[in-house]
Design a protein around this ligand. Structure first.
Ligand SMILES: Nc1nc2c([nH]c(=O)n2[C@H]2C[C@H](O)[C@@H](COP(=O)(O)OP(=O)(O)OP(=O)(O)O)O2)c(=O)[nH]1
Length: 135
C-alpha cells in the first residue's frame, strides 16, 4: 500500500485575478515544474496552520486563517505515494511575495495556467481556478 501524503496548497489570487505559481527548485523532486505554494502537513498541524507557516517560510507573506477558503482538492497516485492535496484560495495577505528558497515566482491568468508545466496532480485543479476567476 502506498503511503498517503497530505499536502496543503494555496492559490493566491491578486486584484487582477491572477494566480501565483512557484517553480520547484533544482534538487527537489519534480524540479522545474510550477506549483501552488504550500507543503506537507506536519504532525499535529491543521492544513490551515501549514499554509500560514509555509507562506511565511517560502514567500514572506503573512496570511490570516480567515482569509483561507477551501476550493477543491487533488487526489493523485504518484509512483511511491498517494498525494491528497486540499487547495485553498486566498485573496488577502500582507507583504509582497519573494521566493525565499530561490524559487522563481509568476503571476498567471487562469486561462494561461496550461502554459506552465505543473505536477500531474495539479492538472485537474486548473478548471476550478478558471471557473472561480472568470465567474
Ligand atoms: N506545494 C505543492 N506541492 C505539490 C503540488 N503538486 C504536487 O504534486 N505537489 C507535491 C510535490 C511534493 O511531493 C509534495 C510537496 O512537498 P513539499 O514541497 O513540502 O516538500 P518537498 O518538495 O521538499 O518534498 P519531496 O517531494 O522532495 O519529498 O507535493 C503543488 O501544487 N504544490
Amino acid at each position: 500500500m502506498k503511503k498517503m501524503v497530505l499536502v496543503a496548497a494555496c492559490a493566491l489570487i491578486d486584484a487582477d485575478g491572477r494566480v501565483l505559481l512557484a517553480q520547484r527548485p533544482q534538487g527537489k523532486s519534480m524540479a522545474g515544474l510550477w506549483e501552488f505554494p504550500g507543503g506537507k502537513v506536519e504532525a499535529g498541524e491543521r492544513p490551515e496552520q501549514t499554509l500560514i507557516r509555509e507562506l511565511d517560510e517560502e514567500l514572506s507573506l503573512t496570511v490570516k486563517e480567515e482569509c483561507l477558503a477551501p476550493l477543491t482538492f487533488a487526489s493523485h497516485g504518484y509512483e511511491d505515494f498517494h498525494l491528497l492535496m486540499p487547495l485553498y484560495v486566498c485573496r488577502r495577505w500582507s507583504g509582497t511575495p519573494v521566493g525565499r528558497e530561490g524559487q522563481a515566482l509568476k503571476w498567471v491568468r487562469p486561462v494561461r495556467l496550461r502554459d506552465y508545466p505543473m505536477p500531474p496532480a495539479d492538472e485537474p485543479l486548473i478548471p476550478h481556478l478558471m471557473d472561480l476567476v472568470s465567474a
